[in-house]
Write a new protein. Sequence first.
Length: 264
Amino acid sequence: MSDYHDDLRLAHVLADAADAATMDRFKALDLKVETKPDMTPVSEADKAAEELIRGQLQRARPRDAVLGEEYGSEGAGPRRWVIDPIDGTKNYVRGVPVWATLISLMVHGPGGYHPVVGVVSAPALGRRWWAVQGSGAYTGRSLSSATRLQVSRVGRIQDASFAYSSLSGWEERGKLPDFLDLTRNCWRTRGYGDFWPYMMVAEGSVDICAEPELSLWDMAANVVIVEEAGGRFTGLDGVPGPHSGNAAASNGLLHDELLRYLGS
């Protein structure tokens, strides 16, 4: 197995730079916000953070491809960095601290590209999570000061905590009745949204989460963190990884039942 720890260290450096840039403009009264063609917001901080990460990658890994939410795909080859400069832009522009920079390295192998490094950095929460394939998942302030992550051992939906983002996507998918059935049968439900439910699944504080519509940059970093913490991450179709356009994550014990409710 390849050693991706140098790439993990680089991802932390990239996250440090992005954190500084995004926190500098968080809650700024003159923050510039535009509406993209898909009617979602993008702030000047989203663009600046992605430009910063791309610039450092160009210097440190000039042969690697890059895919980012704001500036698309650049380069080709067996290694591709996937960036969401601010996951949770709607929170960011309203001053809600639940947002993060997501950085992943994906490597081409059998069946396509697979995440091997993931870093999720949420500076307004003072939290960071990371993982390397085959080496476990961690949270902490730095590589040298970290706690290993482990998913929960909850084995019944009736005892499970379920996190989600919103209802509208499930309604559009025609799955709102099934979604509501799941919420009625769970012990607890909360609409934390964006990256955070996946990190809580990895930590063991949430047992299952799912979203009906996502992009690759929303998921790539989360996959390796959830899996290295002992959980499962698939599309709603049950296919492992971040390529299905939606996501279901769990502690593993509840995954099949989660998909029976929400799967396609």
